[in-house]
Design a protein around this ligand. Structure first.
Ligand code: FE2
Length: 377
């Protein structure tokens, strides 16, 4: 198992960070039917209605529903007409993630600093105003058709941003305990991982904190390579995967085929109580990859003592891994749409800062059973 932990000098990076980020601001999905998608994420994952924009608020060509749970904000956007870039995005990719929005104190500086380092502009700094104040947004392109928006909202007291209004609903399912985005993984094409690592290093000032090569991530199973990119304060982590040659078709290649290009593969969402969260999600119909009983026969030999009882973890299919700093509990959903593209990971960290390398074998076997059932192995 060859993985490399690269030490970063955090005191140095905090003084030289040209792109200080306060975390994920929101994630925007372009979907075929935002009204139904909002209902699904509320019902299944426990999000609350928060804000709405559409023809009633002056937005003629699209509708957006904003839903929220703790520090997680999702925006679900659907086009109202066929002839526009959102409709094109959905035609090409199916439902998927368009915007990974990052919270900043200065969206103008974020745009200046990234574009002068070679970032391709998506949106010049733009001030949106209403009676509640102003939000400044800017943006650059990243892999595929995905973009990063920089959002400066220190001077805004309204719902989400100008153009939106409060979305009040009589239907508000209870939270499932989902807290915030732990990391967000992108799948890129063959030989494209290193160019995108370079992009995050040079354009956004991120560091490569962890690497997995195809020896780690198996030649026997559907292989991939991965490098984890982190910003200076560690609030934003973007692992980048590319497919690798193996005996079977890479799971990343299957994604690229069905998403029709590069894009977001999964979000890991943090919880403080994974047993409670996953019990609730399963009760609400969220489907997860299943793990064979044999995994649990030996897992404690590998990870040592943990606080949780093993039986509930096994009943739910939760995986366990340990690194030098502690352990983590994680589970992976099945794809959230009919194409085998975007899925979620639920993660509870108990000291560990890594990504569950010890679970790759069990996980990939589970993924391959699904891939095989789809006829794509
Ligand atoms: Fe992950």
């Amino acid at each position: 198992m060859m993985s490399t932990l690269v030490a970063t000098n955090t005191s140095e990076s905090s003084t030289t960070d040209f792109l200080p980020l306060q975390g994920t601001d929101y994630v925007e999905f372009y979907v075929g039917n935002a009204k139904q998608a909002a209902h699904f994420y509320k019902t299944a994952f426990g999000f609350e209605s928060y804000a709405y924009a559409g023809p009633e608020t002056g937005m003629k060509d699209k509708v957006s529903y904003v839903i929220r749970q703790n520090k997680l904000t999702f925006v679900l956007t659907t086009p109202l007409k066929t002839d526009n870039p959102i409709a094109d995005h959905i035609y090409k990719h199916g439902d998927g993630v368009k915007v990974l929005a990052l919270k900043v104190n200065d969206a103008t500086s974020a745009w200046n600093e990234t574009t002068k380092r070679g970032g391709k502009s998506y949106l010049q700094p733009t001030t949106l105003k209403d009676d509640n104040g102003e939000v400044i947004i800017s943006g650059i392109h990243t892999y595929g058709d995905t973009v990063h928006l920089f959002v400066e909202r220190n001077n805004y007291a309204g719902f989400f941003m100008p153009g939106f209004r409060e979305w009040k609903s009589n239907y508000n399912p209870a939270s499932t305990g989902l807290l915030y985005v732990d990391h967000c993984v992108g799948n890129v094409g063959w030989n494209q991982m290193n160019p995108w690592v370079k992009f995050y290093e040079e354009v956004m000032g991120f560091k490569n904190i962890l690497s997995f090569d195809d020896n780690d991530i198996s030649t026997e199973y559907s292989a991939l390579m991965s490098k984890v990119m982190s910003n200076g304060n560690g609030y934003v982590k973007f692992p980048i995967n590319e497919p690798a040659e193996g005996k079977k078709k890479s799971q990343v290649e299957e994604y690229l085929d069905f998403y029709n290009g590069e894009g977001v593969q999964h979000f890991a969402i943090a919880t403080n109580n994974i047993v409670q969260t996953v019990t609730e999600l399963q009760n609400r119909g969220v489907e997860f990859l299943t793990i064979p009983a044999s995994y649990y026969e030996t897992v404690l030999d590998r990870v040592g003592k943990i606080d949780e009882d093993l039986q509930p973890l096994q009943n739910l299919g939760i995986l366990i891994d340990r690194d030098d700093e502690g352990y983590l509990l994680q589970i992976f959903s099945k794809p959230l749409e009919d194409r085998p593209t975007l899925f979620f990971e639920i993660i509870q960290r108990k000291g560990a800062k890594s990504f569950g390398k010890g679970n790759f074998k069990a996980l990939f076997e589970a993924l391959e059973r699904e891939q095989d059932a789809r006829g794509n192995l």
